[in-house]
Design a binder for this molecule. Structure first.
Ligand code: SF4
Length: 120
């Protein structure tokens, strides 16, 4: 897109915000988070939230988007700048081997967090 200072990686990438998922104020340079939906075999549609600015993974925006998507039965993967990705698993769902499923996409160990009511 369109705004100055966009990441170089976005020359060949279209994030979920640019595809129309999200309000105008959720533009990634405002939230510090790049959202992306990917269809993962064995899991279905997964919302990736890539941290683009340090510290933003704990923002209200991330909590809200994670909660909405978990409630809708979607998996949500947090990919922070530092540390390991976290896969949030919606209620009633499970996947046997997450490393196998995400191996090509995320090269760090994935921590798995099961749905718990009231967390988001
Ligand atoms: S994060 Fe999304 S909106 Fe921003 S430059 Fe990349 S593709 Fe465009």
């Amino acid at each position: 897109m369109i705004y100055s200072g966009r990441p170089k990686s976005c020359q060949e990438f279209t994030c979920a915000w640019l595809l129309g998922f999200g309000l105008s104020e959720y533009r990634p340079d405002n939230t510090g988070i790049v959202p992306d939906f990917q269809e993962i075999p064995g899991i279905g549609l997964v919302l990736y939230l890539w941290e683009a600015r340090e510290g933003m993974m704990s923002s209200g925006f991330v909590k809200k988007q994670t909660g909405i998507n978990l409630q809708a039965g979607k998996f949500v993967l947090h990919v922070p700048i530092q540390g390991n990705p976290r896969l949030y698993v919606p209620e009633g769902k499970n996947v046997a081997d997450y490393r196998l499923v995400f191996g090509d996409v995320v090269d760090k160990e994935i921590q798995v967090v099961k749905f718990s009511k009231g967390r988001f």
